[in-house]
Design a protein around this ligand. Structure first.
Ligand code: NI
Length: 400
């Protein structure tokens, strides 16, 4: 792999990539159905000689690029969906859709992966095997990757034996690539608890059954659950993010509701904590003769990077951009990511690309003011391409 050549080719694609990213940024779409974004991707891939399929239950795009020689398949992923918030960046290409914004950088992911497809399409001779480009809707809580798996993403005669995704973010300076082996992003489940008592006059709690102190006790007990029943080396987060009860000062309400999230870094911890949330809520409510009903809504599983694939990615990144621009992350991130479903089936890695602006304030992903340092997109294109080129290198036998 000749890093300077790949970087130069990626740099040559930067202007078009930025233009594509801005086009997508202007017209964000949310969820599993992103017809406009899908059309943009299909147009951008036209003429590259790829075998293209589209999804049925979601507006996904799967495209295969065949190298000149046979060999394994590597999957490269970009998610395509935006978030439900109003953009306040003031950019000339800001969202034209009220209440929708590409605030997680998925517009850049699409544009970088299209750039990588263009780069790799010019290098078929260097590919022993094929590249499967996965453009997925519905990453922000809609399980888009799972829908694509159910629709046969990995089916067929040439399933991928490696998978790679890149996510932009503010944590690192522009162009820095970061990842780690093992659990890298958390599971993200939701709980909704309703504590039921009996309403009445606020001056006479003994004639009622006040659900509010019961709900408060449950919130406190969750922290004891985490601190005393969870292995400190297999950590968990339980956050109650919303409490709702009552109407006015002299009425005891009938019910109180709690909404929150559970984050863990292993499936064992996940099951243990979810069971604990249920037990604690029910137990405390019962102690006070109230009742708790609990709804657990399963989100994404833990995102686990394959250890060998992660070192392959770190090595590839060091060769590409130099070791000083590569970071082996010391800890996971407690956000969740539906690439987890792909990594449950295919050894692979998600890595992070720094897109922090060179100056000015730094707004995190999901902020209404989130900005991307577009100069870093060339590094992203090159990184996708380098992972594929190395994984499918003819003399290395395709293996890492
Ligand atoms: Ni995201």
């Amino acid at each position: 792999m000749k890093a300077p050549e790949i970087l130069a080719e990626a740099a040559g694609l930067l202007d078009d990539t930025i233009a594509l990213r801005r086009r997508i940024h202007r017209h964000p779409e949310i969820g599993l159905t992103l017809p406009r974004t899908q059309r943009t991707v299909l147009e951008a891939l036209a003429g590259l000689g790829l075998d293209v399929r589209t999804g049925e239950r979601a507006t996904s795009v799967v495209a295969r690029l065949r190298g000149e020689r046979p060999g394994p398949t590597i999957l490269l992923r970009a998610d395509m969906d935006a978030l439900p918030l109003r953009e306040d960046t003031g950019l000339p290409f800001a969202s034209e859709v009220d209440g929708a914004m590409h605030a997680c950088g998925h517009d850049t992911h699409v544009a970088m992966l299209v750039g990588a497809a263009r780069l790799l399409a010019q290098r078929r001779a260097d590919l022993a095997g094929s590249v499967l480009f996965m453009f997925q809707p519905g990453e922000e809580g809609y399980h888009g990757a799972r829908v694509m798996l159910e629709e046969g993403l990995l089916a067929g005669a040439e399933p991928p034996t490696g998978a790679f995704a890149l996510h932009v973010g503010h944590r690192s300076p522009a162009g820095v690539i970061a990842t780690r082996p093992g659990p890298t992003m958390a599971s993200g489940d939701t709980f909704q608890i309703t504590v039921r008592g009996r309403g009445g006059h606020a001056s006479s709690p003994h004639d009622c059954l006040d659900p509010i102190p019961v709900a408060c006790e449950i919130v406190q007990a969750f922290q004891t659950l985490v601190a005393r029943r969870v292995n400190v080396f297999d950590p968990a987060v339980v956050t109650v993010a919303k409490i709702e009860a009552g109407t006015t000062r002299n009425v005891i309400p009938e019910s109180a509701s709690l909404l929150g999230t559970v984050r863990t870094l292993s499936e064992q911890a996940r099951e243990r904590v979810l069971a604990g949330v249920r037990r604690v809520a029910e137990g405390i409510a019962a102690t006070h003769e109230a009742e708790a009903s609990i709804e657990l809504i399963r989100g994404y599983p833990v995102t686990v990077n394959d250890a060998d694939f992660a070192s392959f990615v770190l090595d590839t990144a060091r060769d590409l951009v130099g070791p000083e621009r590569v970071e082996e992350m010391r800890t996971p991130i407690m956000g969740s990511e539906d690439f987890a479903y792909v990594l449950q089936r295919v050894p692979g890695t998600i890595a992070f690309l720094g897109t922090r602006p060179d100056s000015g304030p730094v707004y995190p992903n999901h902020s209404n003011r989130m900005l991307v340092n577009e100069s870093a997109l060339a590094t992203g294109i090159a990184m996708h391409a380098a992972v594929a080129l190395r994984f499918l290198a003819p003399r290395a036998g395709g293996a890492r």
